[in-house]
Design a protein around this ligand. Structure first.
Ligand SMILES: Cc1cc2nc3c(=O)[nH]c(=O)nc-3n(C[C@H](O)[C@H](O)[C@H](O)COP(=O)(O)OP(=O)(O)OC[C@H]3O[C@@H](n4cnc5c(N)ncnc54)[C@H](O)[C@@H]3O)c2cc1C
Length: 288
């Protein structure tokens, strides 16, 4: 089923989960257990990431297919422009479509580590907008999602330029937007206002990643270039040597953040890192 239809038919908030393709057999076993657990929460859909440089391409497609056939959950395949020509992209998209996957999140992808600037592959695309245009021109029938950045994409010089290009991307044929992770709802509120003022009307799903260990704080800040409110960091710092207290403090913050977000968005997309515990706890509280 197409995600956009899931949203338009939903009578209550739609929750969705992101996974990544594991590299080991143990990781695969764990992912299956996680999907089995999170299926109990009746997700609207789940998504599977596309490794840097297209490194997990076949695995991503395989897991998306399995999620639909074995677990009966609609899947969304992440897809990037990295390392592929137009012709290669066309053939990969055909194979995704042929497997009955109806949803794709069309992304530019990041440059390889150490390269500051994104260089388009020969006969490939320079940004996600070109990929979205191509998907529409070639008449693929996907529901097309795209990424967006409440605190602006790191390559963007200003919030205004980021909003301008986001509007272009949506106009090229995007049905739904999923945000980069963020921890401050004020940032999301400001972003929503900018997007709506720019004429972007598509649903915008907040992407939320619970912090489950102290070391993740710095990692998430760097990975997503996002602000983590100082009070929250201080609260986590106080309990950093007590794992159960750490989880309690962290998840209370995320639960409160999600409750507020549900008053302004049609659902929440959780970045699960292939773990079920934190997401289960948050969802239990939200569904009370
Ligand atoms: C929800 C989500 C899921 C993701 N999943 C993955 C994944 O599975 N695998 C992975 O490798 N990465 C993933 N990423 C990361 C993403 O690939 C990077 O953030 C990448 O740097 C940008 O991708 P994009 O599609 O947002 O790029 P774009 O929309 O192309 O934007 C990239 C930059 O270019 C600018 N820009 C856009 N169009 C133009 C133009 N015409 N002229 C000048 N500048 C322009 C934008 O403002 C922005 O600064 C994900 C990100 C998000 C938010």
């Amino acid at each position: 089923m197409k995600i956009i239809e899931i949203y338009s038919e939903a009578k209550s908030p739609v929750f969705s989960f992101e996974f990544f393709p594991p590299k080991t057999v143990e990781g695969e076993t764990k992912l299956k257990a996680t999907i089995g657990e999170l299926k109990k929460l009746n997700p609207g859909f789940v998504s599977v990431t596309y490794g840097a440089g297209g490194s997990t391409r076949d695995k991503t497609i395989e897991i998306c297919t399995e999620i639909q056939t074995v677990y009966s959950i609609p899947s969304m395949c992440h897809f990037t422009c990295v390392g592929a020509s137009k012709e290669e992209i066309k053939s990969i998209l055909k194979s995704v479509e042929n497997r009955g996957i109806h949803n794709i999140i069309a992304l530019r992808g990041d440059p390889p580590k150490g390269e500051g600037k994104f260089t388009p592959p020969p006969s490939g695309f320079s940004n996600a907008t070109e990929l979205v245009e191509f998907i529409r021109q070639e008449k693929f029938s996907f529901c097309v999602a795209a990424g967006c950045y409440p605190e602006k994409h790191p390559d963007s010089p200003t919030l205004e330029s980021d909003t301008h290009y986001l509007k272009q991307k949506v106009s090229a044929g995007v049905d739904i937007l999923v945000t980069q992770l963020f921890f401050s709802n004020k940032v999301f509120v400001n972003f929503l206002e900018r997007a709506r003022n720019a004429g972007i009307t598509s649903p915008i799903l907040p992407g939320i990643m619970p912090i489950t260990s102290y070391s993740q704080i710095q990692r998430f800040k760097e990975m997503a270039d996002c602000e983590i409110p100082l009070d929250f960091i201080n609260d986590l710092e106080r309990v950093k040597d007590n794992p159960s207290e750490f989880m309690r403090v962290s998840l209370s913050y995320t639960i409160a953040q999600c409750r507020e977000l549900l008053s302004m968005s049609p659902g929440i997309h959780f970045y699960t890192l292939n773990q079920s515990t934190a997401t289960m706890e948050i969802m239990k509280a939200l569904q009370k």
